[in-house]
Design a protein. Structure first.
Length: 240
């Protein structure tokens, strides 16, 4: 089985990858064929015949070459997205959430802003953690710089910087449906156990309150994050 590496290289052809990566793929394929040939030899097949039968297990070398190229391209794409978006975005979300949690544990209370007391029904309208908002440009700048250093484009840098605001937006979009689902399950079990039926939570929230939440926790934080990311969204000038 010592000559199977050259046969694999001849049949597989050029993969269009880095030489080191192509050699690794040929070596892995060669090891697999060697194991298959050794199993054939153990059943009494001659070494030359075992080599031929092991190579014949690959019915279409062209299709195998195309499959390897597609798998390598997909892996490179996933690695690129992980480096330029997912890791910076995760870092921004972690830092933003940790900072907000620290402020809450430190006893720093948010500031509340009212508009019209009759319109709001006496509840605070806009809510904000001023120290948290002041720190968000730094978080956005760090995420955008991280993505830029990893080779990400402007869209990757911007989305990575906006990840904390996008995460809050997803929470506010999903939480009402989860609340309704939990309440409906509780009402179902309450009816089945003979207890008093719980009131239905299916009441439309005030539009003004929804807008206030989105402005306080999505739009204003997004503006702060984007403010910090702007210097890193420009295409770097080519150095002479």
């Amino acid at each position: 089985m010592s000559g199977n590496r050259e046969l694999i290289k001849k049949n597989l052809g050029d993969l269009g990858l880095a030489p080191q990566r192509e050699e690794e793929i040929r070596r892995e394929l060669g090891d697999h064929l060697e194991d298959h040939g050794a199993a054939l030899e153990a059943r009494g097949v001659a070494p030359d015949g075992a080599l031929l039968q092991a190579l014949d297990c690959v019915s279409d070398w062209r299709a195998l070459r195309h499959e390897i190229r597609s798998a390598e391209a997909e892996e490179q794409t996933m690695n690129y997205r992980t480096k330029v978006f997912w890791l910076p975005a995760l870092g921004a979300v972690t830092l933003s959430s940790s900072l907000l949690a620290f402020l809450q544990f430190a006893g720093i209370t948010p500031r509340f802003y009212w508009l019209n007391g009759q319109l709001m029904g006496g509840y605070p309208y806009f809510t904000s953690y001023i120290p948290w908002l002041i720190a968000l440009p730094v978080v956005g700048a760090g995420a955008a710089l991280w993505s830029q250093r990893a080779g990400g484009g402007a869209i990757h840098r911007m989305l990575a910087a906006l990840a904390p605001a996008l995460g809050l937006l997803s929470v506010f979009l999903v939480s009402p449906f989860l609340t309704v689902l939990i309440y409906e399950w509780l009402r179902f079990f309450a009816r089945g156990s003979g207890h008093r039926t719980l009131p239905s939570p299916l009441h439309a929230p005030p539009i003004a309150g929804v807008v206030a939440v989105l402005v306080s926790w999505v739009l204003i934080p997004a503006a702060g994050l984007l403010l910090g990311a702007v210097p890193f969204l420009r295409k770097p000038q080519a150095q002479s």
